[in-house]
Design a protein around this ligand. Structure first.
Ligand code: SF4
Length: 217
C-alpha cells in the first residue's frame, strides 16, 4: 500500500471509529481552554480535568487569575507536573492578555506563541478547538502513530506535522488530530505494540510480523 493510500485508509477508519471526537480538556471558553492546554503539557488530560474546576471557579478570566496571584494559582494546580513553571506562565500570560489583547485570547499563531508557556502545539490546539482554524497539533503520541503507520519518518514533531498536513485534507485536520489521540490511547500506546493485532495495522500492513520500533522525537 502506498503512503497516500495508507493515509486515506487511516482517515476513513478513524472517522468510523470516532465520528464526532470530543475535546478531552474541560473548559468553558477560549481563555479556560488556553489554560487547560497549557496545563496539559507533560501531564494527562484526566489530571488536568481534576484541577481545573476549582481553578476556573475562582480564576475564570485573565483579570480573575491576576487577582488570585501566582502563589494561589500554584496551590490550586499543585498536583500537576511542572506546577511552579506553569503557575508563573498562567499569571504572566493573564497580564499580557490584558495589556496587549483587551483580556481576549488572540486569534493568530504569532500572537498566541508570543504568550508565556505557549508553544506551537498549544497554539495549534487553541486555534483548532477554540476558533475552528485548521491546525494539526502534533505531540509525541501523534508523532509515534504517524511513524508506526508509515505516514512520516520525521525526526521531530515539526517534521511530522509537515508530513501529515500534506497527506490529509485541511478540512480533516481538526478532527483527525483528536481521532489519532483517541486511537493511540486505546490501541497504540507508547509501550505496547504487537504489530500484528490491531485492526488498522492489519489492514495497512497485512504482512507485518513484528512490533514496530519507533524513534522518539
Ligand atoms: S499494531 Fe497496533 S499498536 Fe502497533 S502500530 Fe499498529 S495500531 Fe499501533
Amino acid at each position: 500500500m502506498k503512503k497516500q493510500e495508507r493515509a486515506d485508509r487511516v482517515r476513513q477508519r478513524l472517522a468510523e471509529l470516532y465520528p464526532d471526537p470530543p475535546i478531552p480538556l474541560d473548559h468553558c471558553d477560549e481563555f479556560t481552554l488556553l489554560i487547560a492546554v497549557l496545563l496539559s503539557a507533560q501531564c494527562t488530560d484526566k489530571k488536568v480535568n481534576e484541577v481545573t474546576p476549582d481553578l476556573f471557579h475562582v480564576g475564570g478570566s485573565p483579570a480573575a487569575m491576576i487577582e488570585l496571584g501566582q502563589e494561589e494559582i500554584l496551590r490550586l494546580i499543585r498536583p500537576i507536573g511542572l506546577s511552579a513553571t506553569k503557575s508563573k506562565s498562567i499569571y504572566n500570560l493573564s497580564q499580557l492578555l490584558i495589556e496587549r489583547h483587551q483580556g481576549e485570547v488572540p486569534r493568530t499563531f504569532e500572537e498566541l506563541e508570543a504568550l508565556p508557556g505557549v508553544g506551537h502545539k498549544t497554539a495549534s490546539v487553541v486555534m483548532a478547538q477554540a476558533f475552528g482554524v485548521p491546525a494539526f497539533p502534533v505531540d509525541t503520541h501523534i508523532h509515534r502513530l504517524a511513524q508506526r503507520w508509515g505516514l512520516s519518518s520525521g525526526k521531530n514533531v515539526v517534521e511530522t506535522e509537515r508530513d501529515l498536513k500534506k497527506l490529509f485534507p485541511e478540512s480533516s485536520w481538526n478532527d483527525l488530530h483528536l481521532q489519532i489521540i483517541f486511537y493511540g490511547r486505546e490501541h497504540c500506546t507508547a509501550r505496547s505494540c504487537d504489530g500484528t493485532k490491531c485492526g488498522l495495522c492489519v489492514e495497512l500492513y497485512p504482512n507485518r510480523k513484528r512490533p514496530v520500533v519507533w524513534k522518539k522525537p
